[in-house]
Design a protein around this ligand. Structure first.
Ligand code: 5GP
Ligand code: 5GP
Ligand code: 5GP
Length: 218
């Protein structure tokens, strides 16, 4: 008998702020493809159930196959860079995301190419950095109300986001990840059925990424 868990309900489309990934005590490593842009980048597209749990590592028989996304590599290098150490060509990160989350998307008919293509297309649909900047929320190292970040994204995109934080080296809480929800086709944003637990205090830092954000341009 095959007892398989039912199909998941929606995706989290998760983006990370590289400045917050990198300014921690652990630091980070730029990929060998070069320093990523000062912009949000993709963490992943994660199948999820409406009750908040999620499937993972669904199909060890379909490991990541780089040749299936050769036409997408240059877009992925820009939008889905890896800041993990040691420096890499990003493939290890994509491989991890595919095995852990992507293989669970096969239950809604997405193969590896479709999974990566849809994820990259989602990044281009909503420009989070522009939306925040239009609301006066800039990666300048100052502190912002989480509620004003949430409101700006809701106004600018039409969707209320989930926000996750981490700590910089001085233990300030800062904006690390923004979650938006996507339907099972992996093409349409939806209102989140359930938001991830926020671990942010009411005010969070929005750090610069590298030294490219004004303060050194005296
Ligand atoms: P953390 O413990 O840092 O919150 O999450 C570790 C990893 O677990 C994430 O990078 C992601 O792969 C997975 N994960 C965490 N929260 C969620 C979630 O709400 N949904 C899904 N699908 N995966 C999650
Ligand atoms: P927590 O204590 O935050 O509930 O979970 C600790 C870790 O267990 C998370 O970082 C995540 O990696 C894993 N985890 C929690 N809930 C789930 C789930 O529903 N599915 C899977 N695959 N992992 C989970
Ligand atoms: P997740 O938290 O999605 O389960 O796992 C992410 C894995 O990819 C971790 O082992 C982490 O070290 C590695 N990784 C490599 N580059 C990055 C990156 O830029 N961001 C994040 N969140 N993880 C990365």
């Amino acid at each position: 008998i095959c007892v398989s868990k039912s199909v998941f309900d929606f995706f989290y489309f998760v983006q990370q702020w590289p400045g917050s990934y990198c300014d921690t005590k652990r630091s980070c490593c730029y990929p060998i493809t070069g320093k990523p842009a000062s912009n949000f980048s993709i963490h992943g597209l994660w199948p999820n159930y409406n009750n908040g749990s999620w499937p993972s590592d669904c199909n060890p028989k379909h490991p990541f196959n780089q040749s299936q996304i050769s036409d997408l590599v240059s877009r992925a290098q820009t939008s889905w860079p890896s800041l993990g150490c040691p420096s890499s060509n990003n493939i290890k990160f994509w491989k991890h995301e595919w095995s852990k989350h992507g293989t669970c998307s096969e239950s809604v008919g997405l193969d590896q190419h479709a999974y990566f293509q849809h994820t990259l297309d989602l990044k281009d649909q909503i420009d989070l950095l522009q939306i925040l900047q239009d609301a006066g929320i800039k990666p300048d190292g100052s502190f912002y109300n989480v509620s004003s970040i949430e409101e700006a994204i809701e106004k600018g995109s039409g969707y209320f986001p989930g926000i996750r934080c981490n700590f910089d080296a001085s233990r300030n809480s800062q904006l690390l990840e923004i979650y938006l929800c996507v339907d099972k086709s992996a093409t349409r944003f939806i209102d989140c059925p359930i938001l991830p637990h926020s671990n942010c205090p009411s005010q969070v830092e929005f750090p610069t990424f590298g030294a490219d954000s004004g303060i050194l341009q005296l």
